[in-house]
Design a binder for this molecule. Structure first.
Ligand code: ARG
Length: 462
């Protein structure tokens, strides 16, 4: 009865499934990517059933060997996936029975596809989270290496995208590092809730067999067991949570991307992206376009979309499992694939960034970036901050009219605005003096950047 092509649940039906409905309801086209997890889950389930005496040792061995052979067939592209068999679970189960005979039909004892699919997705996502965390660390390391090379490189820091104060490039890169560090913490935290086993919940209420869920959980490396069978089969919070972590990561990467795009524009000229990460134009021969960061910026939109899609998928669903849940996989898989791709290309792209220190330095000299330093200097000489602000404002106005940066004015020129100004002002007005003066934890001084990199390398190991 259960040869490939006939449905394991066909018993109560008189009519065949409408041909289009068969294709419409099938998920095998995309859930087959979880075949390894599905087989691992089945092997653990059968092993547990044998331990509690529901299967004999011989039956278990036949099932386990059969499943391992099927895994090899799938790996070698020797598996004929059938849409009529709906999903990865029924495809593998039907093939098992084809292979080992009636014993194969015992595998599904005390289990449902509802707890099976929830288990498979969690196993799949747990594996992917570990790969993603490794890529994230690789990107963070690349940022630290670049930051170390540029602890003393000066560029303008911006607020409102207007020149604000000089900063060191290493410090700027460390800001990116911090964003990713929080992302990694969130990922690690999310993994804890992914790593909980639904298996044993069966369809929704549990099973009448004397199952040992701790045994299955330990075979599959789950740290916890879902406490409530209804929640176990219907919960997809973990997928939403993962996608929200991914959305934050993409949001961060879109910000880095935006800065790379701006900085590599000739109007800024702060950096050059490696040629391997740019493309040309089919009409404009001079072009070298920052396609990679642009595409990452663009992909952010689709990941945000997946987050909203998954939230909406779960909204108002009554307990317990509903077929709606089959819609969780494509957005989740697409999120995983694109997140991994973005991290990978970013980690490869960062070491290939060429930094144009001269352009950065020249830009920092413009826009009166040391105006705050002059105000702080006046305060140290006893002027009230508001008065100092006014005095510096007048000097800036003079600078604009005479096309001179504050550091380019003579002592006489500066003294027009305040007689407390003395020759010690020139160190304060230099870019190097300005960054070096912000010498406290979290500040931009090269000394602080170097110390922060050392701490960051330790934090990266956690
Ligand atoms: N393909 C289904 C899914 O992805 C598997 C679970 C089906 N369960 C059911 N009762 N129809 O959700």
């Amino acid at each position: 009865m259960n040869e490939s092509g006939s449905k394991p649940w066909a018993g109560r039906f008189n009519e065949p499934t409408n041909a289009f409905v068969e294709a419409f309801t099938a998920s095998v086209g995309f859930d087959r990517r979880m075949y390894k997890q599905d087989i691992a889950g089945s092997i653990a389930h059968a092993t547990m059933l044998a331990k509690v005496g529901v299967l004999t040792t011989e039956e278990c061995k036949l099932i386990v060997d059969g499943l391992k052979a099927i895994e090899l067939d799938i790996q070698n592209d020797q598996f004929n996936w059938s849409v009529a068999l709906e999903d990865v679970h029924m495809n593998i189960e039907a093939r098992l029975t084809d292979r080992i005979g009636v014993v194969g039909k015992k595998l599904h004892t005390g289990r449902s596809r509802n707890d099976q699919v929830a288990t498979d997705i969690r196993l799949y996502l747990r594996d992917e989270i570990d790969l993603i965390a490794a890529e994230l660390q690789r990107l963070q390391t690349a940022l630290l290496d670049l930051a170390a090379a540029h602890a003393e490189t000066i560029l303008p820091g911006f607020t409102h995208l207007q020149t604000a104060q000089p900063i060191t490039f290493g410090h700027h890169l460390l800001a990116w590092f911090e964003m990713l560090q929080r992302d990694r913490e969130r990922l690690t935290d999310c993994r804890k809730r992914v790593n909980v086993m639904p298996l044993g919940a069966a369809a929704l209420a549990g099973t009448t067999y004397p199952i040992d869920r701790s045994e299955t959980a330990s075979l599959l490396g789950f740290a916890g067991i879902a406490e409530n069978s209804l929640d176990a089969v219907s919960d997809r919070d973990f997928a939403i949570e993962f996608t929200s972590v991914a959305a934050l990561m993409l949001m961060h990467m879109s910000r880095f991307s935006e800065e790379l795009i701006l900085w590599s524009a000739s109007q800024f000229g702060f950096i050059e992206l490696g040629e391997g990460f740019c493309t040309g134009s089919s009409i404009m021969p001079q072009k070298k376009n920052p396609d990679v960061p642009e595409l990452i910026r663009g992909k952010t939109g689709r990941i945000f979309g997946h987050l909203m899609g998954l939230l909406t998928l779960m909204k108002s669903q009554p307990l317990a499992y509903n077929k709606d849940n089959q819609e969780d996989k494509e957005p989740l898989f697409d999120t995983v694939d694109n997140l991994k791709g973005c991290l990978r290309v970013f980690a490869d792209m960062v070491p290939a960034i060429q930094v144009n220190k001269e352009r950065m330095y020249a830009a920092a000299k413009q826009g009166f970036s040391t105006a705050t330093d002059l105000a702080d200097y006046l305060v140290r000489k006893g002027v009230a901050f508001r008065d100092a602000h006014e005095i510096v404002g007048q000097s800036v106005r003079y600078g604009i009219a005479n096309k001179k940066d504050l550091s380019e004015m003579s002592l006489d020129e500066l003294q027009q605005f305040s007689n407390v100004i003395d020759t010690d002002v020139f160190k304060v007005l230099s870019l190097e003096g300005s960054v070096a003066a912000r010498n406290h934890l979290g500040g931009t001084a090269p000394q602080q950047v170097k110390a922060a990199i050392t701490r960051a390398r330790d934090r990266l190991k956690l």
